[in-house]
Design a binder for this molecule. Structure first.
Ligand code: NAD
Length: 247
């Protein structure tokens, strides 16, 4: 990561102060020990196809397999802690540089880091809800049930429950429309840790006058970005904070 790139990103943030929003993906959370989908070698996609296992079809047709995979992949995530990248975005928001974070992540680490405006366009891991009576309860309860039975059930009515995450095949939630509106109000989108290959969230990187990308690997939007930094999210954003005298 060259000093000039960090300076360029800091200058871009300063020039668009108060009119910028971050768009994060699984890459910002790898430094918290949560594997992403597509990093070579360590990404979940190297082991198993999440599209097959984390889909609405799998939830209904093979619920036992769905929950077994879900608990294995995302159970440990509930205890994860935010890293320097999440903390830096919270500081950028507190200092008025960005208005919030649009995240594709379901891990809740932006809120744990202190970000106040977070658009969770793929839902979150905090809760599940009953598909019969609608009752919502903590994910930790559903995961505890899974230790005793193959599929969690609603403790009120016995109905089947599902996680409050957006699965492949689900409609996008209201948070996505709010994220689109946040991008429309902004002049800069700062992408951090996303391959920008998951639709429609990736479209947000193509709807902005100015674009900055912090990602270890190239993305399909690099060609239209003002600045592309290929370092790790934590180190890069910490350097940007220093450049802005926020560290
Ligand atoms: P992705 O796996 O497709 O891409 C992650 C990108 O981050 C890769 O291009 C990789 O090079 C880069 N990266 C990895 N570590 C990095 C680091 N420390 N610093 C900078 N860049 C880094 O992730 P995506 O674009 O978010 O799309 C995958 C989907 O997977 C999303 O919908 C997301 O909801 C879901 N997912 C979420 C989590 C989570 O909540 N933490 C984890 C796995 C998958």
């Amino acid at each position: 990561m060259a000093d000039t790139d960090v300076r360029s990103l800091a200058e871009l943030l300063a020039a668009n102060k108060g009119h910028a929003v971050a768009l994060t993906g699984a890459g910002i959370s790898t430094e918290s020990g949560i594997p992403d989908f597509r990093s070579p070698g360590t990404g979940l996609w190297n082991r198993i196809d999440p599209m097959e296992y984390l889909s609405v079809d799998a939830l209904y047709a093979r619920p036992e397999t769905f929950w077994q995979y879900f608990a294995e992949v995302f159970g440990p995530t509930l205890a994860a802690q935010p890293n320097a990248g999440h903390l830096a975005l919270a500081k950028l928001e507190a200092a008025g540089f960005i208005t919030g974070v649009i995240t594709q992540n379901i891990d809740g680490l932006h809120q744990k880091a202190g970000s106040r405006t977070v658009y969770e366009v793929h839902g979150h891991l905090r809760t599940v809800h009953c598909q019969s009576c609608g009752r919502t309860y903590p994910m930790s309860e559903a995961l505890a049930q899974l230790k005793k039975e193959p599929i969690p059930h609603c403790s009120e009515c016995g109905g089947r429950v599902r996680p409050d995450v957006v699965l492949f095949g689900d409609m996008m939630p209201a948070a996505f429309s709010q994220a689109v509106a946040a991008v429309e109000r902004s002049s800069l989108v700062l992408v951090v840790g996303s391959s920008l290959t998951v639709s429609p969230a990736n479209s947000l990187a193509f709807q902005t006058p100015h674009l900055a990308i912090v990602n270890r690997e190239p993305t399909p939007a690099d060609g239209r970005a003002d600045v592309v930094l290929s370092g790790g999210a934590g180190d890069t954003l910490s350097a940007v904070l220093r450049e802005l005298n926020l560290a």
